[in-house]
Ligand binder design. Structure first.
Ligand code: GLA
Length: 381
């Protein structure tokens, strides 16, 4: 697993043993897409794929970072790093964000190993930030506060890396538990664990996601515009996701903005229904996944032909009860639910025709809800 590889990478690059090792998982979101930055609910689970950070003191005034995934090694100032537009920005940015928790930046050596594929929409960046935050917290002897670490990791992504994402990915990576989905009310930053033992098929379309960041920023602006329109009618409203559908319909906005807003309020309602069914019956209501996908495709317009292809294929596969794109969209992964045997039929049967249709080899994982971030090696005091 990545913990051993990170420790070995540390030894190779820096000599000696790392003082502390921490790891954090990638995630898939079961339902609640593009609701987090609108103050709504999300329901992610952690994957068994993890990123590990091995860390120790640097002998000079600079921090040094190496990664198994990249031939590029980084050197940055622990106190005044500039964004390098490179993978170690996540490490440097988290170091700076930890100042808010009273962790004084120290020059460090860092080695990273990961099983979370990057660019697949499985939150490889959040896994790296959260693993770094957990390692730094353990290194500095900070009292345990996983929510504070999730927040610091999120600040690193928004303020340092410059991606205007919501809190879902860092919260999922930091706070998830094995055999549970994590319900997050993003307006209150409140979390609830919902027991979940069903397997989920994760299907990576391996679509390049060149447009994802700019399209994501555009959607955020459209949602802000919708919120302003709603506030003209109902000034007390703080979050778009907490509006009623009726209020959205009553407010003056362009047809496109209205579509975005309707997706957000309806998706938020779907999260509540899905989490409720999961709590009551222990099953994943796949019909809500199909409805979510249709809304992401039609109203939020963040799907791709590849993701739609997979969801159509799932619908035609006997026994499969639901499928949808997961994460931001514009490429990346889709998920499907149903009995394990049906998910295997879907995954195995879809690969060759998908590769033929799109000239890209997809990959897939049959996943169950796994553990969140943890410290794998505590520093010796
Ligand atoms: C990305 C962002 C998350 C969330 C999803 C969409 O993964 O990082 O904060 O907004 O997209 O649900």
């Amino acid at each position: 697993m990545s913990a051993k590889r990170a420790a070995a990478a540390y030894r190779r690059a820096f000599g000696g043993e790392a003082a502390v090792i921490a790891s954090a998982p990638g995630r898939v979101n079961l339902i609640g897409e593009h609701t987090d930055y609108n103050g709504g609910d999300v329901l992610p689970m952690a994957l068994s794929l993890r990123t590990t950070v091995a860390l120790g003191p640097s002998p000079d005034a600079m921090s040094h970072a190496v990664s198994e995934q990249s031939p590029q090694a980084g050197t940055f100032s622990p106190t005044s790093a500039d964004r390098a537009k490179a993978w170690w920005d996540y490490v440097a940015g988290t170091g700076i964000a930890m100042r808010a928790l009273g962790v004084e930046p120290r020059p460090m050596n860092v080695a990273v190993a990961s099983d979370v594929p990057s660019g697949a929409g499985l939150s490889s960046s959040a896994a790296l930030e959260v693993a770094t935050a957990f390692a730094l917290a353990a290194w500095s002897g900070l009292p345990k506060d996983d929510v504070a670490l999730a927040r610091a990791a999120h600040r690193a992504e928004v303020d340092f890396v410059g991606v205007p994402c919501g809190i879902m990915d860092q919260f999922a990576s930091a706070l998830a538990h094995a055999e549970c989905a994590l319900l997050v009310a993003c307006d209150r930053e409140e979390t609830t664990l919902v027991p979940m033992r069903s397997p989920v098929l994760v299907f990576d379309t391996r679509t390049p996601r060149a447009l994802r960041t700019s399209a994501f920023a555009t959607r955020r602006m459209e949602c802000e515009e919708a919120l302003r329109a709603v506030q003209q009618v109902e000034p007390s409203v703080r979050w778009l996701a907490r509006c009623s559908e009726e209020l959205v319909l009553r407010s003056a906005m362009s047809p496109t903005t209205r579509k975005r807003a309707l997706h957000v309020v309806r998706e938020t309602a779907r999260v509540a229904a899905f989490a409720d069914a999961l709590l009551r019956t222990g099953t994943l209501d796949g019909s809500l996944w199909y409805a979510s996908h249709a809304s992401l495709r039609g109203d939020y317009q963040c799907s791709t032909p590849e993701l739609d292809w997979f969801v159509d294929r799932a619908q035609e596969t006997r026994g499969v009860t639901g499928a949808r794109l997961t994460g931001a969209g514009w490429g990346g992964c889709a998920i499907a639910t149903g009995p394990e045997a049906s998910l295997r039929v879907l995954a195995d049967g879809a690969s060759a025709p998908f590769a033929k249709a799109f000239r890209r080899q997809p990959r897939h994982w049959l996943s169950s809800a796994s553990e969140g971030a943890r410290v794998d090696r505590e520093p010796v005091r």
